[in-house]
Design a protein around this ligand. Structure first.
Ligand SMILES: Cc1cc2nc3c(=O)[nH]c(=O)nc-3n(C[C@H](O)[C@H](O)[C@H](O)COP(=O)(O)O)c2cc1C
Length: 189
């Protein structure tokens, strides 16, 4: 069975562009092969600001939203986080969703697809990597970073990539495959 790659949409605001970007990456990853792909949208997970009384390492979850989120993340072998930049920072929904769990993230590789203005969301991406590492994920140094992303959205509302973006996506998928194979050894222990 192919390993599972989740493309996680981390913005949840009305009018967000994250799902458009995620759809492009999902389609590219599906054509690339090697993973079973799924888009996971934080807007569908209904996670309020962290409200579990116990530390996530205890896995004594009280709320249905946490149990659902835990079961979902357990399924995955690797992640690509769709990362906007809000005031040079990852969106609060992203850090909130990470904090809900711990072991479910452990020893899984994670890449970042960032998008923004001139900075291409790279400031946000670098900060997000620190948080991923704290959850014992392996954040890839490689990423997909799209500057001036609005210019890549067509009148039909689709993301239109260029050669550079496609090359970055290929590198990310190839690296995720390598890291997943290595980290699976640890996950099986
Ligand atoms: C609160 C807020 C802060 C923003 N800060 C930045 C920023 O620091 N850098 C940047 O490139 N774009 C910034 N933007 C513009 C975003 O790149 C743009 O709104 C993008 O669509 C956000 O992703 P989303 O649509 O998936 O939410 C900001 C947007 C918002 C709403």
């Amino acid at each position: 069975m192919a390993p599972k790659l989740f493309t996680i949409v981390t913005s949840t605001r009305p009018g967000r562009k994250g799902p458009i970007m995620a759809q492009w990456f999902h389609d590219y990853a599906t054509a690339h092969g090697g993973f079973e792909n799924e888009i996971v949208d934080l807007a569908d997970m209904g996670l309020p600001f962290f409200n579990e009384p116990n530390h996530p390492r205890m896995q004594k979850y009280e709320h249905e939203h946490t149990k659902k989120w835990s079961a979902k993340i357990k399924e995955a072998d690797a992640f690509v986080f769709m990362m906007p930049e809000y005031n040079s920072f990852p969106p609060a929904e992203f850090t909130n969703a990470l904090d809900y769990l711990f072991y479910e993230w452990n020893y899984k590789p994670a890449a970042i697809f960032s998008y923004g203005g001139v900075s291409a969301g790279t400031r946000s991406a670098q900060i997000a990597r620190l948080h991923l590492a704290s959850m014992r994920m392996t954040p890839l140094p490689e990423g997909i970073n799209v500057p001036n992303f609005a210019a890549h959205i067509s009148d039909e509302g689709k993301f239109v990539a260029n050669e550079l973006i496609e090359a970055s996506a290929k590198t990310v998928l190839d690296e995720l495959k390598i890291w997943n194979e290595g980290l699976q050894v640890i996950r099986k222990k």
